[in-house]
Design a protein around this ligand. Structure first.
Ligand SMILES: NC(=O)c1ccc[n+]([C@@H]2O[C@H](COP(=O)([O-])OP(=O)(O)OC[C@H]3O[C@@H](n4cnc5c(N)ncnc54)[C@H](OP(=O)(O)O)[C@@H]3O)[C@@H](O)[C@H]2O)c1
Length: 238
């Protein structure tokens, strides 16, 4: 039996992409998962394609930029599964434009989702995770350490997220709550209005990030990889 059997994860933004891939992998390891989306019907559709066993998967509507939404979603996780072991703070958006044309609206949406959204998810789950001696994993990006043209909003959100995650790792390890940030390079997802296709074969696949999550959850209790950079092993040209 897997040591992850019947552990419970709440994955923000699990309707597609990396969050969906993590949900799939954790279910394969015998875990129970709750996945969220801004749109309940998208979460439900994803949940039914993950498993036909409603005792294993819970679909939730929550916009991570709302603390009230996140608190409500976490209460539903506890009502359904009784406890929470893992938060995967994954929900995120990408808006890319030079600073002279970047709108205030897109700046705010990026920070409210990628940075304040993770704050909200962590605040809504932290007491449950202290009870279960659980795990918080944030999905940042290599854009949290490498800056690029047109990246001011996204870079700011992900640099901020890496700093936030490292600081709360120090706050929470005294409660035996582990915290890790995963910083992926290119992953084949729907990010920034992309549609995954055959030309994406060189990229990391969402389930590969799921495998990293499962490996982290299976680490000896005494060991904490707190920051993980992961990139495709080949470039698009090689
Ligand atoms: N793809 C990459 O190359 C890559 C690389 C590094 C890091 N990342 C990071 O990985 C994370 C997941 O992105 P992805 O690549 O999987 O993109 P994706 O395929 O577009 O999926 C994004 C997910 O986030 C959800 N979401 C977006 N805004 C939300 C909000 N305000 N509240 C709740 N859910 C929200 C979406 O759900 P709905 O649209 O259904 O609401 C969807 O489930 C992001 O944080 C992204 O920055 C991606």
């Amino acid at each position: 039996m897997s040591s992850l059997e019947n552990k419970v994860a709440y994955i923000t933004g699990g309707s597609k992409g990396i969050g969906f891939g993590i949900a799939k992998t954790l279910l394969d390891f015998g875990m129970k998962v709750a996945i969220s989306s801004r749109d309940l019907s998208a979460a439900k559709k994803a949940a039914s394609s993950l498993s036909d066993d409603p005792s294993k998967v819970l679909a939730l509507q929550s916009n991570v930029s709302s603390m009230a939404n996140e608190k409500d979603a976490v209460q539903k996780v506890i009502d359904q599964f009784g406890h929470l072991d893992v938060l995967i703070a994954n929900a995120g958006v990408g808006h890319f434009a030079p600073i002279d044309s970047l709108s205030e609206e897109l700046w705010k949406n990026t920070i409210d989702t990628n940075l304040t959204g993770v704050f909200n998810s962590v605040k809504a789950t932290v007491e449950e995770l202290k009870k279960s001696k659980g795990y918080i994993i944030t999905i940042a990006s290599l854009a949290g350490t490498n800056f690029f043209e047109n990246g001011s909003a996204y870079n700011a959100s992900k640099f901020g997220l890496v700093g936030f995650t490292q600081a709360i790792m120090l706050d929470l390890r005294k409660y035996d709550v582990k915290v890790t940030t995963i910083m992926p390079g290119s992953v084949a997802t729907y990010f920034n209005d992309h549609t995954p296709n055959e030309a994406d074969a060189w990229k990391i696949q969402p389930e590969d990030i799921g495998q990293i999550v499962a490996d982290l959850l299976n680490m000896p209790a005494r060991t904490l990889p707190s920051k993980i950079e992961v990139r495709p092993s080949k470039t698009s040209k090689s």
